[in-house]
Structures are given as C-alpha cells and as structure tokens.
Design a binder for this molecule. Structure first.
Ligand code: SF4
Ligand code: SF4
Ligand code: SF4
Length: 463
C-alpha cells in the first residue's frame, strides 16, 4: 500500500517519538491505514511453546526423521567442523562408533512411531558415516525388512571421499539420497576442508567420489545426489555462481545444490586459519545486495530457468518468501518459539551411545532421551521448549521482526547445552542485522517495481 511523503514523515515522527502515540494521528491516509490493520499498537503477550498434546501426539505417530551417528570418526579435519574442539559443548572427533543394538533401537524408534508419516526418513551421519559402511548396509537391510510395504527414504551426508565404485552401486540400488559436502571451486573448498592425515585440501578426493556416484546412479543421479556448500563471511558469491551455474565442472553439472551458513562459534578466527579466501564482511553484503537486485529484476521480467537464476533462487527465495508472504493480520496473543521445531518430532539425532539430540546441529549436552533407555523423554523435550520460551518471552513480542524470524534458537543460543542470555543477545543481533539488510533490499526492489515479488506468492512460507 502506498502512502504520500507527508503521511510517511508523520509516521516516522511518531515512531521516533513513541510518547506521542500513533492513535493521536488523524490524517485520512493514516485512518485508512489503521482500518486495514496497519499501525496497530497491539503486541503479543509473550511466547508460548506449543499446544498441549502436540508434542506427545507427534512423538507417538508423527516422527519424520531419525538420523544415526554411525561414527564420530572422520577422515577430514575441516576448519569449521563443530567437532574440531573449538565450539564449547560440542564433542571432539573420536574413534567411537555405533554398535548394532543402538542402531537397531534407533531404527525401531523411527518405524514404531511414524504411522502417520507417508515416507519416514532414516539418515546416516558422522563423522564420516561411510567409514562404517558395513553397519550402514545392515541398518538399511533391517529397516527395509521391518518397514514392509511402507515407503522409506534413506539419506547420507558425506564428504564422498570413501565412495568406491562398489559402494556407489549399492547406494544407487537402494535409492539412497546422498548429500555431498563441497564448498565450491577448488581453492575455496580446500581453504577449509582438509584431509585428516595430510592436512591438504580434499577437493580432488571428493570429486573422485562424486564421479563414482554419478556413474553408478546414471540418470537417477540428478535428484538423488545433491551438494551442500557451506558459506561464511569469506564466501565469494560470484565465484560460487560461476562454479555451480555458469561453468560447472562435469562432475556436478545438473546436480541440485544448497547453500548453508557456517555455524562455527568463532568465525573470525577461521579467517586467520584459512589464509586469503574470498571476500569478507561488508564486501559480501555489497555483493549480496547487487545479486539480490539482479535476482528481483530477472524475476520481474519472467523466469527463464537459466542456471544463474537458479543460483540466485537458492540464495534468496526462501528467506524473501518468508518476508513477502508474512502474515498481515494482527498478531495473536502469543508467538511460537521462532524457527524451532517440536523436539523429537521433525528429527531425532541418535549419537553413538544412544543419546537422542534434537538434531545434529545442537550441542551434545542437549539430550532429550536415549534409545537404549526408554526412548524420547517427554519431560526433557518439554523442558527444552520451556527454556527457549523463557529467554524470548520479553524480547520477541517487542521485536519488529517477530513475524519473519525463523532462526533456530536451540542451535545458536545454547553453545554448551544451556541457553545463555549472552548467546541469545548475539543470536538476536545477528538475526536483526540479516533480516534488516534483507528488508532494505526488499523495499529498494519494491520501489523500483511494485510487482517484482508477485512470483513469490505461490511459494510456501517456511516457518
Ligand atoms: S567432513 Fe564433516 S565431520 Fe568430517 S571434519 Fe569435515 S565437517 Fe567435520
Ligand atoms: S536446527 Fe532447530 S529447528 Fe532444525 S531440526 Fe535442529 S532443532 Fe529442529
Ligand atoms: S531477532 Fe530475536 S527478538 Fe527478534 S524475533 Fe528473532 S528471536 Fe525474537
């Protein structure tokens, strides 16, 4: 909705001087805005965890995904790896591996508690899970036998270096969905992803694994083999665009990829360790802004499905759809706990000792049960939610981004398993910086073309 410059100045004046009170304004344009629900002084009363019963119902029949930590061992030592002993509350690389009883109990948890889920997911994670290839095969065979007619999806997260032709054929035969960690061009990848023994970059070894996978999967590789690239303040997005879209090497041509943000607790120290890599901080923001404006311009003139455009979609589509399709009605009495899932329902991550975590991204001290000792512990799940809610109770209702904030507090605010006020403050200031930046670019684009985001109206909001 457009407002004239005078009305806009009046609104800004009141926002800068809250004691005046928006209700005291009576210009027709402002009354019209208020009639549509804008400029309301209503705020929610607080944050509430979930409906009573959602958690227990979800855990009885709605468990979607169980991920098994087959081993804590890895043949890599990536600089930003959460297991590199730099993150407090995270384990260090060890040689501990899962035993069969624990793996079986994890699979039973999934298959006994997913009656309402169309296709439950059994994931394999590490360390490098392929270092326990025989165990992984046994898990898949047991799960297939137990699931009977029920559809089941297997996923594997791997650096791909242990993939041989024989392993690739067995993965392909079981339709395993493989997510390969590859951070982009050789120099960018090798800056952070080092082999354990030699400490040289693992790019060539990973590409070799991808070649074996593509040969074994044939046409089904597109869709079943995907790439995950970790990005940080060092990422050169133009180089990444060139690598994934404009001039991809034959190994990855046509494959889907996703870009994920590094969650290392001390990103600044990494830049020193990795040497000269990409761009940093403000330059990245500037590059991202240019890419954002290019993205909106292209979409406004019609999508053509070209590679570069897909790259930009990966960068911006989900967060900007959240912003564009935000709820525009009055906020309710309570907010939910931002981007956090119901513990144990969307995902349960089983560690080698059977402890259950919310997912692989949270601190190992955030335990919500043990598969060998009673399974998911409802009271622990509730207390995790209660703890999150307590820390955001006052903040979120007053925050201008409370409609669109979707970060997961369990990951970012509890580095050592207990949510701390200091970590919450850091998390919120990062969220506000990122969301604020996006909002500015979003408004800048709308000012150029009021319809440039119409194409997002079909895109689901990720909450
Ligand atoms: S491959 Fe994964 S588990 Fe291994 S060091 Fe790298 S990030 Fe850590
Ligand atoms: S990152 Fe947060 S929301 Fe996502 S699965 Fe883990 S705990 Fe749940
Ligand atoms: S940035 Fe912080 S205060 Fe604002 S909505 Fe997100 S979690 Fe709440």
């Amino acid at each position: 909705m457009e407002v004239c410059p005078e009305t806009f100045s009046e609104i800004v004046h009141v926002l800068e001087n809250p004691s005046i009170g928006i209700e005291s304004l009576s210009a027709p344009a402002i009354l019209a805005l208020q009639e549509k629900g804008y400029l309301s002084s209503h705020r929610p009363n607080g944050v509430r965890a979930a409906c009573d019963g959602c958690l227990s119902d979800g855990q009885q029949t709605g468990i979607t995904q169980v991920v098994l930590e087959l081993t804590q061992s890895c043949n890599h030592r990536c600089l930003y790896c959460p297991y590199s002993a730099q993150d407090p509350g995270r384990r260090y690389h060890s040689v501990a591996a899962m035993d069969w009883d624990t793996a079986k109990a994890g699979i039973d948890l999934l298959l006994d508690s997913s009656a309402s889920v169309e296709m439950p997911v059994l994931g394999f994670y590490g360390g490098e899970p392929l270092l326990e290839w025989e165990l992984m095969k046994s898990c898949m065979d047991y799960a297939i036998g137990k699931a009977g007619d029920k559809r089941l999806l297997f996923t594997l997260t791997t650096n791909a270096t242990p993939v041989t032709g024989a392993i690739a054929k067995e993965l392909a035969a079981r339709g395993v969905s493989v997510l390969v960690s590859l951070d982009g061009p050789e120099e960018a990848h090798n800056s952070f992803r080092k082999l354990r023994e030699s400490r040289i970059g693992g790019y060539s070894a990973t590409m070799g694994g991808i070649r074996s996978l593509r040969e074994a999967y044939g046409d089904t590789g597109v869709g079943k083999i995907r790439i995950n690239a970790v990005c940080g303040p060092w990422t050169d997005y133009l180089a990444l665009e060139n690598f994934f879209c404009t001039n991809p090497p034959p190994e990855i041509a046509g494959l889907e990829y996703r870009l994920s943000e590094v969650s290392h607790s001390n990103v600044a120290s990494l830049l020193g360790e990795a040497g000269e890599v990409g761009q940093v901080g403000e330059i990245v923001s500037e590059t991202k802004r240019d890419l954002f404006l290019r993205w909106t311009e292209k979409n406004a003139t019609g999508k053509d499905g070209a590679g570069a455009e897909i790259f930009l979609d990966r960068l911006f589509e989900v967060p900007v759809a959240n912003l564009h399709n935000r709820s525009k009605t009055l906020l309710g009495e309570h907010l939910g706990p931002m981007g956090m899932c119901l513990p144990g329902v969307r995902k349960s991550y089983i560690q080698v000792n059977g402890d259950i975590l919310l997912c692989e991204r949270v601190s190992e001290r955030f335990v919500i049960g043990n598969v060998l000792g009673g399974g998911l512990d409802l009271s622990k799940c509730k207390s995790v939610l209660d703890e999150v809610v307590e820390h955001f109770q006052e903040r979120c209702p007053e925050c201008i981004f409370c409609r669109v904030c979707a970060g997961c507090p369990a990951v970012y605010c509890a580095p050592d398993g207990m949510i701390s006020e200091e970590a919450v403050a850091q998390f919120c200031s990062r969220q506000i910086k990122n969301l604020g930046e996006q909002l500015l670019w979003y408004v800048e684009s709308l000012n150029r073309n009021a319809n440039c985001f119409d194409f997002l109206e079909e895109t689901g909001v990720q909450q």
